[in-house]
Design a protein around this ligand. Structure first.
Ligand code: F6P
Length: 348
């Protein structure tokens, strides 16, 4: 009887339980394999904190992760040798044939190192609401986060027009602006600010002035949490935090509008709402497709891969070709170009 392990790492996202279900049901149905679930990401592997996963009823629609998660990075700590030895012990204790790891960029690097340093058979399923994993068109959790953010900004529109205000909505995505681009465009935001395009405050003020002169009722600014202004673009992470005095970019923008323009602004930070609750239909099906594909890769002994989703198909992409890389919004991205075509400003 073959046996695999599964664990969830990093920030949670809608679709994690659907992906667990996809893997557990596929390996059982197709190859009669058992699945061991490890709690709290790599921490559960280190401590052999596990449960047998047999019945996945209710997993498809359930938010969060039933296996809990952590940002444990076993290769980062000074006592990493002991942690790695413990991981190897756990892998051998359960006589595992493979390890399926659900995670984002940080997880990818650790998974690749486990394969390379310890010779474990690993597969990674791309999970993050940020959608910044290189090598896959999309990660599960992203589509649900865009839906959540879009619906929230739709609601912001009605209160903005009632009060004739400038509404700043800060969405997640600390290194790449995928959520701000896709939710900003879908919600009809007037200004979309991405980490990839440093913005000018002066440009934002001029755009608001122009909308007021056109008798527009409000201005909606959708800003990714990682966005930076032109004068911040040369700063290091520490200098940036210092210059912002620990204010988020949304707080900075709303505050500057109040200070330097005659307009009334309000800030809404969507935060963890974007990671909560049930996955949308797309993410449920994406998680199932990736889980089923992982089962087939396990059976064929094809390890050391990200189970990527490319051109509407699940395909294996070698971890050594993507570990450490980031997928950011390109300036020629078709959604970005289309947004500019209809007059959306990116603050540049
Ligand atoms: O990586 C996903 C993400 O939600 C980012 O968008 C966000 O900046 C980060 O995780 C928050 O991390 P934590 O959950 O540790 O606060």
């Amino acid at each position: 009887m073959k046996k695999i392990g599964i664990l969830t790492c990093g920030g949670d996202a809608p679709g994690l339980n659907a992906a667990i279900r996809g893997v557990v049901k596929s390996v059982k149905e197709l190859y009669n394999m058992e699945t061991v679930g490890f709690y709290f990401g790599f921490k559960g592997l280190i401590e052999n904190d596990f449960t047998m996963l047999n019945n996945t009823s209710g997993y498809l629609t359930r938010g969060g992760t039933i296996l809990k998660t952590s940002r444990e990075k076993p290769f980062k700590d000074p006592d990493s040798r002991d942690k790695l030895a413990a991981i190897l012990n756990t892998y051998r204790y359960h006589d595992l044939d493979a390890l399926v790891i659900l995670g984002g960029n940080g997880t990818l690097k650790t998974a690749y190192a486990l394969q390379k340093e310890l010779g474990l058979n690993v597969l990674v399923l791309p999970k993050t609401i940020d959608n910044d994993i290189y090598g896959t068109d999309i990660s599960f959790g992203f589509s649900s986060a865009v839906d959540i953010a879009t619906e929230a900004i739709d609601r912001i529109h009605s209160t903005a027009t009632s009060h004739q205000r400038v509404m700043v909505v800060e969405v997640m995505g600390h290194k790449a602006g995928w959520i701000s681009l896709m939710a900003g465009l879908a919600s009809g935001s007037d200004i979309i600010l991405l980490p990839e395009i440093p913005f000018s405050y002066r440009r934002i003020y001029d755009l608001i002035d122009r909308r007021v002169s056109l008798r527009k009722d409000s201005t909606i600014i959708c800003v990714g949490e990682g966005a930076i202004s032109l004068d911040e673009s040369g700063l290091s992470k520490e200098e940036l935090e210092q210059s912002r005095n620990h204010l988020s970019i949304g707080q900075r923008i709303a505050g500057s509008i109040d200070k330097f323009t005659p307009y009334d602004s309000r800030l809404t930070v969507l935060g963890y709402v974007q990671r909560g609750g049930t996955p949308n239909a797309f993410d449920r099906n994406l998680a199932t497709i990736l889980g089923a594909s992982a089962a087939k890769l396990i059976d064929s002994g094809n390890f050391g891969n990200l189970v990527a989703y490319v051109n509407n198909r699940a395909i294996p992409v070698p971890l050594n070709s993507i570990a450490g890389k980031l997928k950011v919004v390109g300036l020629n991205n078709s959604y970005l170009q289309s947004a500019r075509s209809i007059g959306v400003s990116f603050g540049d």
